[in-house]
Design a protein around this ligand. Structure first.
Ligand code: ZN
Ligand code: ZN
Length: 126
């Protein structure tokens, strides 16, 4: 039987341009859809136009899916754990994240409808 070997021929190498092209239309679609938080299970509504919903409004956790905010170009997929906050006069509250998988640190703007008490907890000294 040659079924296994013929099937392998159709598998595209992960980093080929064709594989990337196939991937992008799908990721584009989910960009601003509602989703269920992988950490606390909350159903998260899409945010108002103009901003990308990148984290859970309840527990503030996010997923490591972006290289640049909103591009969904990272293959990591780890859980971004909120570790603290920062405040910038022009941007407002920034949530600081650390990826559970790869340890990368990221910063995301807090959304207007984020759970305020969760943000306060991050701001509290430990
Ligand atoms: Zn959550
Ligand atoms: Zn990561």
């Amino acid at each position: 039987m040659t079924a296994a070997s013929t099937r392998r021929v159709h598998n595209l190498p992960v980093d080929s341009p064709a594989a990337r092209e196939r991937k992008s239309p799908v990721t584009r679609k989910v960009e601003n859809c509602s989703f269920a938080c992988q950490v606390c299970g909350s159903q998260i509504r899409p945010i108002a136009r103009g901003t990308i919903r990148d984290h859970c409004t309840k527990c503030l956790h996010s997923l490591h899916v972006d290289v640049m905010p909103g591009d969904r170009a990272s293959d990591c997929g780890g859980v971004l754990v909120p570790t603290g906050t920062d405040y910038k006069a022009k941007k407002g509250i920034i949530i600081i994240y650390r990826c559970e998988e790869c340890g990368e640190t990221r910063r995301n703007r807090a959304a207007a409808d984020d759970d305020l008490s969760a943000i306060m907890e991050l701001q509290a000294p430990r």
